[in-house]
Each structure stands twice: as structure tokens, then as C-alpha cells.
Design a protein around this ligand. Structure first.
Ligand SMILES: [Zn+2]
Length: 464
């Protein structure tokens, strides 16, 4: 009995009091519950209890946020993204109409924003925070705003449980969600609701929101640099570094400074203060000059690092390869970055050449501000021309990447093929994912080293 609670629903206050009094006369150890505190399996049963339930979560989040500041930034971010931010409240969002306590959800989001700002050591203005709170596949950092997630989560949950609820309560006639769907349509710029078979998927309800927000950000972008950045950030490959398990033992941990710069570049937030580069040019706060500066300190190590990743990946796929091969040079001195020892396809060995070009370099901006990956594509086409002397002797792969993370049109199938072959060889189905994460991390480390390298005598490229 001490584990039981009593709650009286309906009737006047006097009638409720009388009912409780009678009940307690029979079972004195039962505790009396108030409507705000009524909850089942962690979710409030009454609408009046939603606000306090969200507030409790916010307090927990505040405490966690203060502790995240004590561990390496990249690890703190990963924990925040994968298990602490929206995942911490998703059960609540799905089980009750939490969007009716919008102010409390916004308060939770503000704790998230401040926490992300402090973890990344990056200033997040409204626009940067809007981008950061998009899913990674839409160009964000995947720290979702729960205020935005609440309605899709609830609608998906209602649809997923509708069948069971009507079997349990056959005479109740199910839950009427037409008002909620109408609100969803209003908030998603009059998008069509998902098809009936996918209405139990949260992503199906959430995606139109994200697409609308992404389109708005792009529409609001006034300069080509911002457009190019947003387009590149929304390519799937550009965000692979955010999915990597940040462990130093597998070489995936970004040091605090590289992590800060990676976030700042993706969100267009200040990466440094204005200063004079050691090449003599002015560096603005976005730090972009460093990415294409002639000294670009990260370029060479990044190039070598990616070649090394490809060589090792090919080795894991059972195709031994070597970088900087001798005797392969054209009379003008150009030679590929690497070749395989055994045939790659149609009896031909593979020769590859890696290039990483700057998405926002002035020469590429005209194209990258319209189409993501345009700079990498252009660089790949140039490589194909340059290495035409290998035709017939080698299968040549031009492997182009961009500083903002996009892969070139030829790099994508090439990397996919290596990933597929590693999976076949090792049985590890996530090989391709890991390979893309490694490349993505190498690009970000190179960017950080390039930006840091604009200041004399501070050069760092941490391979691990
Ligand atoms: Zn410079």
C-alpha cells in the first residue's frame, strides 16, 4: 500500500476531498497525488504536469552542461550530441504533448545553446545556432532544438501506438490528432503530412521542418561565401567528422583547437580575430584566408595524411599499395600520389592522385556558391587531364576533396568502392563509414593547421 497513490478525477473540490478522506480511512498508508506530479513511466499523465517535467529535465541538463566543460571538447560534443541533448528528453517529447509547454522547452534549448557555445569555444549568434541545431545531414551539428522536435516526436509516437491504444480501449475512438497535424502543417510551411505508412517515423515528420529551415538559411545568405559554406555543409560527407567516435586510441580525437576551428568553419562563426597573415595579407575573423594562403601550413600534411589513409585502406581491402611511387613521372615531373601493386580493375593497377581545394577560394566561389562540390569536381577534371599519360597503363582515379568537406564526383565512388572491398575482406559492415570519417577528420585537421599557421611560429598538424 505504501507504493500506491490515490488521485481523484472529476467532481467538485469538496467531493474530491470527501472521496480521499473515505479512502484514507480504509488505507491510511496510501499517499495522495496532485495532478502536476502524476506520472507513469517517466511521463506526466496530465497536461498541467508537463511544464514541471520539462523543468526537471532542464535542471539535470544544466548540471551535466557544467560537467561537460571538464573533459576534452570533442568528447564533450559527442556526448552532448549522441546521448545528452535531445536524447535526454525524447521519451518525454514522445509521450506527452510537450509543445504545449513551449516556454519550458525553449529554456531547455537555451541551456543546450550555452553548453554548445562553451564546449566549442565558438560564439553562436542566432543564425549560427539555427544551423547548429539542424541534423548533420542538413548541414548542422545535430544538437537538435527540442522545441522544434517536440511536435514531430509526439505525432510519430501517436501514430505508432494508435493500433495498440484502440485495441486496449476499443470504445474510446482513438486519439484525435487533427489539431496537431494542422499545427504541424502551419509550422512546416504547409508541407504535406507523411504518407500513412511512414507516419510512425519521427524523421518523416521532422524532415520537412529541417528542409524548410535549411532553405530559409540559404535564402537569407547574402554573400556567395555563406551560400558556398551552407551548400558544402549540407553534403553528407562534410559532416562525417561529427559522427566519429572521439577516441585517441583509434586516432579519431580532434584536439580542442582543431575541434573549435572545425565547428567555427562549418557554422561561419569567427575562427580568429582580424590579423595580418605571415604572407602579408589581412586575415578576417572567418579565418578563410588561411585555407588558401600560399603558406597554408596544413595543406602538405593533410595531403600526405589522406594519401596514407587511402594506402592503408587499400591494404585492408587486400590490395597492397604504395605512395609516391618512383619511375611513374611524366617528363614534366608530374607523378601520381599512389599506385597499387596488384590490378584494381580490368587487369589494370590503380593510380590515384589526391587534391584538396578550398571551397571558398575566390577562384572557385562563382561555382561553389551554386553547386556543392563544384571546386572538387573542377580539380578532379584538371587531374584527369594532367594524368592522361597514364591511360592504358593504369586505371587513374582523381580524388578531389574540399576544405568544407565535400567530396568530388569521382572521389565518392572511389572511396565507396574501397569501403565496400574492405567490408568484403574483413566482414566489418561499417568500414566505409570509418574510412569517410578518417578522411573527414584529416580535412578538418588540415584546415585547423592552415588557419593556426597564418600566425608565425605556431604550426601544428596533429595526425592523431
Ligand atoms: Zn597568408
Amino acid at each position: 500500500m505504501s507504493k500506491c497513490e490515490i488521485f481523484v478525477s472529476g467532481g467538485t473540490a469538496e467531493e474530491q476531498e470527501a472521496a480521499i478522506k473515505t479512502f484514507l480511512g480504509l488505507f491510511p498508508t496510501v499517499s495522495v497525488a496532485v495532478a502536476e506530479d502524476l506520472c507513469l513511466l517517466g511521463a506526466p499523465l496530465m497536461k498541467c504536469g508537463i511544464k514541471s517535467a520539462v523543468q526537471q529535465k532542464t535542471e539535470v541538463m544544466r548540471l551535466i552542461a557544467s560537467r561537460l566543460e571538464l573533459i576534452p571538447k570533442h568528447q564533450a560534443f559527442s556526448l552532448l550530441k549522441c546521448s545528452l541533448s535531445a536524447p535526454k528528453v525524447i521519451h518525454l517529447l514522445r509521450c506527452c504533448p510537450s509543445f504545449e509547454a513551449r516556454d519550458s522547452l525553449c529554456e531547455f534549448d537555451e541551456v543546450l545553446r550555452v553548453s554548445l557555445e562553451s564546449i566549442c569555444n565558438v560564439r553562436l549568434d542566432t543564425t549560427a545556432w539555427r544551423q547548429a541545431s539542424l541534423p548533420v545531414r542538413c548541414g548542422g551539428l545535430g544538437i537538435r532544438r527540442v522545441e522544434e522536435l517536440s511536435l514531430p516526436a509526439y505525432l510519430a509516437s501517436i501514430h505508432a501506438t494508435q493500433g495498440l491504444v484502440s485495441r486496449l480501449l476499443p470504445h474510446q475512438g482513438g486519439v484525435n490528432v487533427s489539431d496537431h497535424v494542422a499545427l504541424w502543417r502551419y509550422l512546416s510551411d504547409d508541407a504535406s503530412p507523411p504518407l500513412p505508412e511512414s507516419r510512425n517515423s519521427q524523421r518523416a515528420w521532422d524532415t520537412p521542418y529541417c528542409m524548410a529551415e535549411q532553405a530559409t538559411l540559404l535564402h537569407e545568405a547574402v554573400d556567395p561565401t555563406t551560400k558556398a559554406r551552407l551548400l558544402a555543409s549540407a553534403t553528407p560527407e562534410s559532416g562525417y567528422w561529427t559522427h566519429a567516435l572521439p577516441s585517441s586510441s583509434i586516432g579519431n580525437l580532434l584536439d580542442d583547437e582543431s575541434f573549435r576551428i572545425a565547428v567555427a568553419i562549418r557554422l561561419g562563426a569567427p575562427a580568429s580575430s582580424d590579423h595580418r597573415c605571415r604572407c602579408g595579407s589581412d586575415v578576417t575573423a572567418d579565418g578563410h584566408h588561411g585555407l588558401s594562403c600560399k603558406f597554408s601550413a596544413g595543406r602538405r600534411p593533410r595531403h600526405d595524411c589522406i594519401n596514407d589513409i587511402l594506402r592503408r585502406a587499400l591494404g585492408s581491402a587486400g590490395i597492397p599499395a604504395r605512395t609516391e611511387p618512383r619511375g611513374m613521372h611524366h617528363e614534366n615531373g608530374t607523378g601520381p600520389d599512389g599506385i597499387t601493386t596488384f590490378p584494381w580493375t580490368r587487369g589494370l593497377c590503380l593510380a590515384w592522385d589526391v587534391t584538396v581545394v578550398d571551397t571558398v577560394a575566390r577562384s572557385y566561389l562563382e561555382h561553389t556558391s551554386v553547386k556543392a562540390g563544384a571546386a572538387a569536381d573542377q580539380a578532379e577534371a584538371e587531374k584527369v587531364l594532367k594524368y592522361s599519360f597514364l591511360t592504358g597503363r593504369y586505371e587513374f582515379a582523381a580524388v578531389g576533396f574540399e576544405t568544407f568537406g565535400s567530396f568530388g564526383t569521382s572521389a565518392k565512388p572511389f572511396v565507396n568502392e574501397i569501403g565496400k572491398r574492405i567490408s568484403l575482406q574483413t566482414g566489418e559492415i561499417r568500414s566505409l563509414e570509418y574510412l569517410k570519417q578518417n578522411i573527414s577528420l584529416a580535412i578538418q585537421r588540415g584546415n585547423a593547421a592552415s588557419i593556426i599557421g597564418t600566425v608565425e611560429n605556431v604550426v601544428s598538424f596533429n595526425r592523431k
